[in-house]
Design a protein around this ligand. Structure first.
Ligand code: SF4
Length: 346
């Protein structure tokens, strides 16, 4: 059963409580690269992202946030380190949430950031991670959890409780143990993630184990899968795959495709990659199956809304378990797309 946490509001998104687990990503570009950032955020949004974090490394970047806000729909989490004035400027320029590691700011300046966030009713995400623990602290789940909770206590002492917490590690097991402790010891919404998780293969695997385990235990209110790469829509796709796999949220296309083997007669890798890009923006929960030959294709197709079964030069298109067409391989993607349009999915 999902742990019921406090609800915080980030722009028009509610996080925690009974609200669905929110999918987050982070831009590659800073706000001052305005055009690239607008186009990047809009692209990430179209893949299903609901909350976007953006690094705000300079005062100039903070000043661009107000222009950025006018051009995008997603609530913006401004990520700020070391310079308290940037945090103040981000709040003044319309950030919907700020993510800080409070230990990076002098205590008297932290007080000013918190005061302004309170006046503006903007939540603060306390973001602790394994690379930035207090000096002298030995890295452990307990040290990470206690560091985050200590900062939460300091903000509470300043009469501020509009808080979300993350305490990330690059190790899946440590992430699981840290968040279990946090969930036991506080009621704040938790943002889950494995930091510096690696490239698509390692990052997806590590995140799936850590986030999947925690979500299965009812822990977690927002998630991000961090992958080394420039296309953040991949992170969003992995987030939804994890949520779907543990039965927490069913959103978008579940793609079933075979690994190929010696029986293969079509270029399935190319076909699956093309289909994945065609169905990427579908938000309705459907299953699409792409199989290389007839061995398992008809069985898999029974559980799919639409399926492709490869043959020799031709492929079958199957809808709801019934064969509806036998198409030449070179016409397959056009015919498949036409069928998705008939299903009002595109
Ligand atoms: S569906 Fe056919 S081609 Fe694909 S792995 Fe199974 S047997 Fe091989």
């Amino acid at each position: 059963m999902r742990k019921k946490t406090k609800t915080v509001h980030i722009g028009n998104i509610a996080v925690g409580g009974d609200n669905p687990v929110v999918v987050q990503s982070m831009t590659v570009n800073p706000p001052s690269k305005l055009e690239q950032t607008v186009s990047e955020i809009n692209d990430i949004e179209s893949s299903g992202c609901e909350l976007i974090r953006i690094a705000v490394p300079t005062m100039k970047d903070a000043s661009y946030l107000s222009m950025l806000k006018k051009r995008v729909h997603l609530p913006i989490v401004a990520d700020i380190h070391f310079d308290w004035r940037i945090a103040i400027a981000a709040l003044d320029n319309g950030a919907d949430e700020i993510r800080i590691n409070p230990g990076n700011f002098p205590a008297d300046k932290l007080h000013r950031i918190v005061k302004l966030a309170k006046e503006k009713n903007i939540p603060i995400r306390i973001g602790v991670n394994s690379g930035s623990l207090e000096k002298g602290a030995l890295l452990s789940p307990l040290a990470l959890a206690e560091s985050a909770l200590r900062w939460a206590k300091q903000l509470e002492n300043l009469k501020f409780s509009n808080i979300k917490i993350s305490a990330k590690s690059s190790d899946a097991k440590m992430t699981i143990e840290t968040y279990r402790l946090l969930s036991e010891r506080c009621n704040y919404p938790l943002h889950l993630g494995v930091t510096e998780a690696g490239t698509a293969a390692t990052g997806s695997a590590r995140s799936a184990i850590a986030l999947g385990t925690l979500l299965s235990e009812g822990i977690g209110d927002t998630i991000r899968v961090s992958l080394t790469g420039n296309d953040r829509t991949d992170e969003v796709a992995v987030c939804y795959e994890i949520l779907r796999s543990v039965g927490v949220r069913n959103f978008g296309v579940k793609l079933v495709s075979c690994p190929t083997c010696g029986r293969i007669q079509v270029n399935l890798v190319k076909l699956a990659t093309s289909v994945q890009s065609i169905v990427k923006k579908i938000k309705k929960p459907i299953t699409v199956s792409i199989m290389g030959c007839a061995v398992n294709a008809l069985g898999e197709a029974k559980g799919a809304d639409i399926a492709i079964a490869g043959g020799v030069g031709y492929a079958l298109i199957i809808r709801d378990g019934k064969i509806i067409d036998n198409v030449k391989e070179e016409n397959l993607l056009v015919r498949f797309t036409e069928e998705l349009k008939k299903m009002e999915l595109l």
